[in-house]
Design a protein around this ligand. Structure first.
Ligand SMILES: [Zn+2]
Length: 614
């Protein structure tokens, strides 16, 4: 059928072109021509937002004599254009206005010289929010930490004095024009395929049942450090221990690729012949956040598998304490995304691409499930070895697990502030939504969630809110974390353990990964676990008493010694190249050369570490 072929070819050409340029720009490659990404982006958007495709697909769907595969493909494309195209001319125009307003705001923000006022000199210094956050977490001088927090709070004030309120109003106008209560209702329905009410039912359940655990932590900090311990510039500084530094010798950067490959192979994970490029180390000019993108989605094309082409990146700094852990986290997290998309085996590329209607919560569940491994006691005992091959001491493993359980409720409730805040402001009328009311809403929600006067990262300063593409989707991370705990409970109950459990890769590929975006988030979670998606596993974990936590760590460590080790070849059905910008460091195309690739990369990292020491 010609429409199906036309969609396939048009999409693949535009998508691959745009993603290749996206990577070149983000990695600051030498061949990149300035401005070419923007052009490719506009061409792609013109295609995805063109409502005429929707009518063509509907027309084709109404035809008689379609095979079941053709029906499936057309359904996939209809959902794709439903999520991306806006049929109403009026709403399309409003969207253009909104994008313009956001662009204008971003330009003004660049010129606003935001930063902090040095308490010692009284001088205002221009600083990025990332640096302010770092100061807030690590500076030993309370006055400096407070100045950093006030710098972040200044961003909120600046946004409210400027055009942010008009942007909120414009977004709501679009939601209303498309027949929804507000912007949030529209976005969540499009991105997740579920209603705002269903999402917040789940979040409310989590909120109710993590309240006491969070309050216990805050009370204990206040008891130890006085009322001021709960101030946003003190709390995170006081509660995050220096365990990262203690763990560093056992989680070295130069061994990270080998440990990741071995773990994934032991988990039965296959990359399904995908081609992967990994660029893990930071450098000037490189994009500042880790991500995975796929220039070529995996799909079945008339019976033939067209394999995925996948890139992922991180900003690890060799020689910096914690960089090995950061590299491992990235390999597991982005590697989880890669395994997910490499295994899509649906009959058209619309099912295996990473944007809507593919659920963000579902995507993050796959990656966060993987990166949870590297803090598991049995994983740490087996894989976290120092350079003499000695495992991480059990006291440090106990401390690591205790810290993560003790701070879990507070951490997740900090995330909850964002969706609750966004829900509140989009539910306000334009008249109600004054600067004072919005600021007041932020502090009230933070106080209700975290039992602190404000959060270390003031909610309105969260960058997601300023861009409509990342607005009204923060709930996805929370839903994903809840699903991760549900998955972990499921595998543990069924198979007794998670470590090196080869059923995991097999089951995820079969039940979830191969099906692309055929189902929504909640349907997939239920398909794997056999139970409705819920907060139960998270709530159980958050409220576990510490004696039980430590007993379970002891059990896991004893059990690790009995579990068979995976000594087979690292066969991920892969073609992996380790790169650094334009430079290729090492490559593996099969199991036999994986160790050599990992070792060559490790040697390159050790050289960088030596340079950092100088
Ligand atoms: Zn992710």
């Amino acid at each position: 059928m010609s429409l199906i072929l036309e969609l396939r070819d048009t999409f693949m050409e535009l998508h691959e072109h745009k993603e290749t340029l996206f990577w070149a720009q983000a990695m600051d490659l030498t061949g990149y021509v300035t401005g070419s990404l923007e052009k490719a982006d506009i061409e792609m958007k013109r295609f995805t937002s063109d409502p005429s495709w929707l009518s063509k697909v509907r027309e084709e769907e109404a035809r008689s004599g379609l095979t079941s595969e053709e029906k499936l493909i057309l359904d996939g494309w209809r959902r794709f254009f439903d999520a991306n195209a806006i049929e109403s001319e009026r709403a399309r125009k409003m969207q253009e206005e909104m994008v313009e307003m956001e662009g204008e705001l971003a330009r003004k923000k660049m010129d606003a010289k935001l930063g902090y006022t040095d308490p010692n000199t009284g001088k205002h210094l221009q600083t990025s929010p990332v640096k302010l956050r770092l100061m807030l977490m690590t500076n030993d001088d309370e006055a400096m930490r407070k100045a950093a927090w006030e710098g972040l709070h200044d961003i909120e004030k600046w946004l409210l004095n400027d055009d942010m309120l008009d942007i909120f109003a414009k977004r709501n106008e679009i939601g209303a024009a498309l027949g929804y209560d507000d912007f949030y209702s529209w976005r969540v329905q499009i991105n997740e395929g579920i209603s705002k009410r269903v999402v917040f039912d789940k979040l409310d359940d989590l909120e109710r049942n993590t309240r006491d655990a969070c309050k216990r932590l805050v009370d204990s900090v206040k008891k130890e450090h006085g009322e001021d311990g709960a101030q946003p510039w003190n709390f995170d500084y006081l509660t995050q221990g220096d365990l990262t530094k203690q763990r560093a010798p056992y989680l070295s950067f130069d061994t990270a690729v080998e440990r990741w490959g071995r773990s994934f192979a032991a988990l039965g994970i296959s990359m399904n012949n995908a081609k992967l490029q990994l660029d893990l180390v930071d450098r000037v000019g490189k994009y500042e956040n880790g991500f995975m993108h796929l220039p070529h989605p995996s799909f079945i094309d008339g019976g033939e598998h067209r394999t995925g082409v996948i890139n992922f990146t991180a900003n690890a700094v060799p020689g910096q304490p914690g960089s090995g852990q950061r590299a491992l986290e990235t390999l597991f997290h982005e590697g989880g995304h890669a395994a997910h998309f490499a295994n899509v085996m649906m009959p058209a590329p619309c099912f295996g691409q990473e944007f809507a209607p593919t659920s963000t919560a579902l995507e993050e569940t796959q990656s966060m499930f993987m990166d949870n491994f590297i803090t598991d006691p049995d994983w740490l005992q087996r894989y976290a070895l120092d350079k003499d091959g000695k495992p991480m001491p059990s006291e440090l493993i106990h401390a690591t697990v205790e810290e993560s359980v003790r701070t879990l409720a507070h951490g997740m409730r900090g995330w909850l502030c964002v969706p609750y805040f966004e829900k509140t402001i989009y539910e306000m009328s334009d008249l109600e939504r004054t600067p004072d009311a919005v600021m007041d809403a932020a502090r009230k929600i933070e106080n209700r969630m975290a039992f602190q006067p404000a959060l270390a990262r003031p909610t309105l300063s969260v960058p997601h809110l300023q861009d409509n593409e990342s607005s009204a989707y923060y709930h996805a991370y929370i839903l994903a974390q809840m699903a991760v705990f549900q998955f972990r409970d499921f595998f543990r109950k069924r198979d007794g353990h998670l470590l090196d459990n080869a059923n995991i890769g097999r089951d995820l590929a079969k039940v979830i990964w191969s099906r692309g975006n055929e189902k929504n988030f909640m349907q997939f979670i239920e398909a794997l676990t056999g139970e409705e998606f819920s907060a139960k596993a998270t709530v159980d974990l958050v409220n576990k008493d510490l004696a039980t936590v430590h007993r379970e760590v002891d059990d896991a460590l004893a059990n690790e010694k009995k579990l068979p080790r995976f000594d087979g070849p690292i066969d991920l059905k892969h073609d992996i190249t380790m790169i650094h910008g334009d430079k290729s460091i090492s490559r593996s195309q099969n199991a036999s050369d994986f160790p050599a690739m990992a070792e060559a990369y490790g040697a390159w990292i050790r050289e960088m570490e030596k340079d950092a020491d100088k």
